[in-house]
Ligand binder design. Structure first.
Ligand code: NOJ
Length: 502
């Protein structure tokens, strides 16, 4: 049941609207609430918060290897200790209670429970750790939403080719099966993969993320193919073996920027469509769209491959069996939204072949869009609603959980003081959730919940600890890693309490 808004202008507009965006019809804040039972959460990922990288029988992950290699991460930071969340279950749950959360999205570290990646050896201490966390959450009336793969592949599997090795489908399924069996009595919301487009591109082509490979042009597509097969296989394992007794849901988490064309030219409009298809449709279409890779993507990679003298496309084909394995394997879509881009057509050189070059486009931001601590993140709240509307119309109104949405502070700590008064984050959260409310109330998008990224400051991949996304500040120079609420805690707590905007 949704509560329809009584007025659209009751809230002080200035609080909501970025001064950069002054389109009153579009940007005016609205009052109203989400349906009863709406999921309010925060999200984290194992490698970014847990620490205890080699404790209690955990195997090494590709992130342990990558971050221990000098020069890969800002300041040579690593996740050896991170927020030390492995030892701070109750402290972290306390933070969630302060926020009034109903859900917590976290990920399982694959090598913590299967040290060599396979189900040959199960590390009981790892299982116990996640059981304790899940019990502590349930005790606090907070439901777990669990991501199976948030980028920390067991190093032992990378040693035999990682996601490039077709056998990974079998290993991922073993891992998923163990998780469903061990935790599925209490976990009802599962996510197979977090942001595959990102870990594939940055891990296998640019080399910015683990495993740091620079296999340009073909590898990304083969890896994505294996990720899609792994997702479909794991979903079917749940469906066949566990769904009837456990009654949970399994989804996937895809990131998508909203994108608008640089001009009204057909070339720019087509480039914008391509941008979204290469980022989102790549995974969405085979799983809950046409059952195949997007046409725009197939044509583009074929054309580029021909120019490069190849006889077939670098983008693999699905056979019929694979298509039907993957299509329909989604109980909900986990959607991560951070920013919007402006896109124009730009023909890329034929060589070297790469995922970027295959797209023939260039992305920019408008100069007057506000900035954040990350070069890639410009807050554009209205883009969030546009994206949701587009997903609804294009993919037949799937159930959606917002599994990430958040803002990085400019890092003031280097100047000697933590930035606890994060008014920019407060503004980001309020404006984005307000756009979400509009999508729910005015556009009838099937939105089930919202998870902010992130509960605490944490290890932000190649930026190490220099980039801060947390609602709670963590002092990484103090061995006890104290957590301190920022101003945005109050902001988010109020929205959660009101189930929207009263
Ligand atoms: C995407 C990723 O899922 C998460 O791990 C990362 O920290 C945030 N977005 C912010 O970059």
């Amino acid at each position: 049941m949704s509560c329809r808004p009584s007025s659209q202008t009751k809230l002080p507009e200035s609080e909501f609207v970025y001064k950069e965006f002054q389109n009153p019809d579009r940007d005016r804040a609205m009052t109203g609430t989400f349906q009863q039972g709406f999921a309010w959460g925060a999200a984290t990922a194992a490698y970014q918060i847990e620490g205890a990288w080699d404790e209690d029988g955990k195997g090494a992950s590709i992130w342990d290897t990558f971050s221990h290699h000098e020069g890969n991460i800002y300041g040579n930071h690593n996740g050896d200790i991170a927020c030390d969340s492995y030892h701070k279950i109750y402290q972290d749950v306390e933070l969630m209670k302060q926020l009034g959360l109903t859900h917590y999205r976290f990920s399982i570290s694959w090598p913590r429970i299967l040290p060599d990646g396979t189900s040959k050896t199960i590390n009981q201490a790892g299982i116990d750790y996640y059981r304790e966390l899940i019990d502590a959450l349930l005790e606090a009336n907070i439901k777990p939403m669990v991501t199976l793969y948030h980028w920390d592949l067991p190093q032992a599997l990378q040693d035999i080719g990682g996601w490039e090795n077709d056998m990974i489908v079998v290993y991922f399924n073993q891992y998923a099966d163990v998780c469903f069996r061990e935790f599925g009595d209490k976990v009802k919301l599962w996510i197979t993969f977090n942001e595959p487009s990102e870990f594939i591109k940055e891990g296998y082509e640019t080399g910015c993320l683990a495993p740091g490979l620079k296999h340009q042009g073909t590898s990304v597509y083969r890896v994505a193919h294996n990720v899609l097969l792994s997702h479909g296989t794991a979903w079917r394992t749940y469906d066949n073996k566990y769904r009837a007794s456990q009654k949970g849901m399994v989804g996937i988490c895809l990131v998508c920027n909203w994108a608008i064309p640089y001009s009204n030219s057909k070339e720019d409009v087509d480039a914008t469509e391509r941008f979204i298809m290469f980022m989102f449709g790549w995974f969405a279409n085979p799983i809950f769209g046409s059952g195949d890779y997007p046409e725009a993507m197939k044509q583009q990679v074929m054309m580029k491959s021909r120019e490069q003298g190849l006889t077939s496309s670098r983008l693999p084909d699905f056979n019929e069996e694979e298509k039907s394995l993957i299509l329909g394997t989604m109980d909900f879509l986990g959607l991560n939204y951070y920013t919007t881009k402006r896109v124009r057509h730009l023909a890329s050189p034929t060589y070297p072949a790469s995922l970027d070059a295959d797209q023939d486009l260039h992305c920019t931001y408008d100069d007057d869009w506000p900035t954040s601590g990350s070069t890639w993140l410009r807050p554009v709240p209205w883009g969030f609603r546009e994206l949701l509307r587009w997903v609804k119309n294009k993919y037949n109104n799937p159930p959606i959980y917002i599994t990430e949405n958040g803002f990085s502070d400019p890092n003031l700590e280097s100047e000697g003081y933590p930035n606890l008064d994060d008014i920019c984050r407060s503004k980001y959260i309020r404006s984005h959730i307000n756009e979400l409310l509009k999508a729910y109330i005015m556009d009838d998008v099937d939105i089930r919940g919202y998870m902010t990224w992130s509960l605490t400051d944490n290890f932000e991949w190649c930026d190490g600890y220099s980039s801060k996304f947390g609602l709670y500040h963590v002092d990484f120079t103090d061995p006890s890693r104290p957590r301190t609420p920022k101003t945005s805690v109050k902001t988010y707590r109020q929205i959660v309490k009101d189930n929207g905007f009263l």
